[in-house]
Design a protein around this ligand. Structure first.
Ligand code: PHE
Length: 456
């Protein structure tokens, strides 16, 4: 497919849905959601999370898909084009820029974590975890983090795979990858969740995930849940807008968005049902943070019979979920530069991927035991600072501005035409993007700022 002359399209509605679900379902669902739920008190976090996904996130998902499809370009190109058509300021292209740059930043640490999962996959199947106790598993994880060669090597392997798929283009690369990988992911997930509810403590898990303790709800939990809902739905990083541009005209955006959001949320809950029964059955700590999967699950895999197989399947699932998200993080910048320069996609994927890889080296090293790890940005390591900047700042603000743009700056008639919804559904959606999304995101922000100031 040559340069920018013709935008490629998904070959069917089904492949589009799988690609978008592939983008949405990732480390965010299986690694992050369970540990954030664990830290946020379980059910209370889950409840606010569900509210943000369906009341704020899904309407923005609709907004971004429709901006992409209307623009038919990269996020930057689409925002610029639509702003111009609507007679609005060219500055709206900044929403596209923030998405494309945000995706580059996210991929530069996402890929490091993707690398950890690859390494854990090979260790699980080779039986490394057999007989590990808590201390050994914790030590093993910090051992990986401080082994610079391993961390960078796996990060390189993960990036190489991502670049390979993106270099092959929409139909030959992205679409092929998701067609094989997504069904595999669902089968593994269902199998593992069933397995773990049988061998693990499903009763404690259900109490933990579905009985909200309202005393655990506070502003930090709310901001965390908001950021997580945007991250999990792949919002505000240009991924969804780019995938929207490859969508055919006859696909219904509203219905697709509901399917994508429900599948994404279903997978997050399933991931909880897969992980917590094991956590509780083996006396592990649900609220222990980012190490939940890497430092604690191996203990369980090391003790159960057939653990090498189950653990291998688990980490394989994680690699698949991560790769189908990573390609959607690389695609926006590749689409933009291809559109701008007309240079061959393969070369661009290689150059941008190489650049992201080098940015990622610092993220990888920042978790180890070396000088880079000593660098502290407002009390955070390089990896955590990138995560904080994108997840808690760029994504909510970017998402809020895309809601404001479609709600207030694109003509209502054009939106109705793009969405082809029934009148009443359109009215509900329009109300949500015009008022509820900006106010909800704004309110959480203002309160956080207020709290920071008064606490200081
Ligand atoms: N949604 C992905 C996940 O949950 C991450 C992602 C965010 C991918 C934004 C693309 C854009 O892991």
């Amino acid at each position: 497919m040559a340069g920018s002359s013709q935008t490629a399209h998904w070959s069917s509605r089904w492949t589009f849905i799988m690609a978008a679900v592939g983008s949405a379902v990732g480390l965010g669902n299986i690694w992050k959601f369970p540990y954030e739920a664990g830290q946020g008190g379980g059910g209370a976090f889950v409840l606010i999370y569900l509210f943000f996904v369906f009341v704020v996130g899904t309407p923005i998902l609709v907004a971004e898909l429709s901006l992409g499809r209307r623009g038919q370009k990269s996020p930057i190109g689409s925002m610029a084009k639509i702003a111009k058509e609507e007679g609005r300021s060219p500055l709206w292209a900044l929403v596209g820029w923030s998405g494309v740059l945000g995706a580059v930043i996210v991929l530069s640490f996402y890929s490091v974590i993707g690398g950890w999962t690859m390494s854990y996959f090979f260790e699980a199947i080779s039986g490394t975890f057999t007989g590990m106790d808590a201390a050994a598993a914790g030590g093993h994880f910090s051992g990986l983090l401080s082994n610079e060669y391993a961390v960078i090597g796996w990060h390189a392997a993960f990036m190489a795979l991502t670049m390979f798929i993106v270099a092959r283009g929409v139909e030959g690369g992205l679409e092929k990858a998701v067609t094989y990988l997504m069904p595999a992911l669902f089968i593994l997930l269902i199998g593992l969740a069933i397995y773990s509810s049988i061998v693990g403590d499903i009763g404690a898990t259900v109490d933990f995930l579905f009985k909200p303790d309202f005393s655990k709800i506070n502003l930090d939990v709310a901001l965390q849940a908001l950021g997580q809902s945007f991250f999990s739905l792949s919002l505000a990083l240009g991924s969804i807008m780019t995938y929207g541009a490859y969508m055919q005209r006859n696909v219904n955006i509203g219905k697709s968005a509901v399917i994508i959001a429900s599948a994404d949320t279903g997978v997050a809950i399933m991931a909880g049902l897969m992980i917590f029964p094991i956590v509780f059955a083996y006396g592990l700590v649900p609220g222990q943070g980012p190490g939940l999967i890497f430092a604690t699950l191996p203990i369980a895999f090391g003790q159960m019979s057939g653990g090498a197989f189950v653990g291998g399947a688990f980490f394989f699932l994680l690699v698949v979920a991560a790769v189908t998200s990573a390609i959607s993080l690389l695609e926006p910048s590749v689409a933009y530069v291809t559109e701008k320069t007309g240079v061959e996609r393969k070369k661009i994927a290689l150059i941008i991927g190489g650049f992201i890889f080098s940015m990622g080296v610092l993220s990888g090293l920042s978790q180890g035991d070396n000088v880079i790890a000593e660098i502290s940005i407002f009390g955070r390591s390089i990896l955590d600072a990138k995560d904080f900047l994108t997840n808690n700042i760029m994504m909510p603000i970017g998402g809020m501005f895309s809601a404001i743009f479609v709600g207030w700056f694109v003509s209502r008639k054009n939106m109705m035409e793009e969405l082809a919804m029934t009148d009443s559904t359109f009215r509900v959606w329009y109300f949500l993007v015009r008022y509820v999304c900006p106010v909800a995101v704004g309110a959480v922000f203002v309160s956080i700022i207020y709290n920071t100031i008064t606490a200081g």
